[in-house]
Design a protein around this ligand. Structure first.
Ligand code: AMP
Ligand code: ZN
Length: 113
């Protein structure tokens, strides 16, 4: 059982922002910014490294990039945004299905790097 597989399957509801046959984008349940959308490949990959290990995973990564652009359009993130991927335990990943946080709707002042 995987939480995001269940959301993709419609077994758990989500507030959809954008969807196609490869990716689902929905609002994070605990937003860290005025806009906080999760971009999730519809096929299960454990994390971004898992995605990198197959041709199919790399194809899904391309779909993720395209979906990020759709989210930006949909949410009018014209003046910028952040994309965050937490990978693995030390990276702070809590849901072990690869996903990308799109954060925006504010001007970020603090720099992580
Ligand atoms: P991460 O900590 O990078 O693995 O991100 C997991 C994210 O999933 C967190 O920001 C959670 O708030 C979010 N989340 C957990 N459950 C749900 C849910 N049912 N619907 C939407 N977002 C969720
Ligand atoms: Zn999954």
């Amino acid at each position: 059982m995987c939480l995001f597989c269940d959301i993709v399957a419609g077994k758990i509801p989500s507030a959809k922002v954008y969807e196609n046959d490869k990716v689902l984008c929905f609002n994070d349940i605990n937003p860290a910014a005025p806009v906080h959308v999760l971009v999730v490949p519809k096929k299960h990959f454990d994390d971004i490294r898992d995605m990198s290990h197959s041709e199919e995973g790399r194809m899904y990564m391309g779909e993720v990039i395209s979906a990020i652009d759709k989210v930006c359009e949909n949410k009018s993130l014209d003046s910028g945004f952040r994309v965050v991927n937490n990978c693995g335990k030390d990276g702070g990943q809590t849901v072990m299905h690869a996903h990308f946080h799109v954060l925006g709707g504010t001007k970020f002042t603090e720099k992580i790097i």
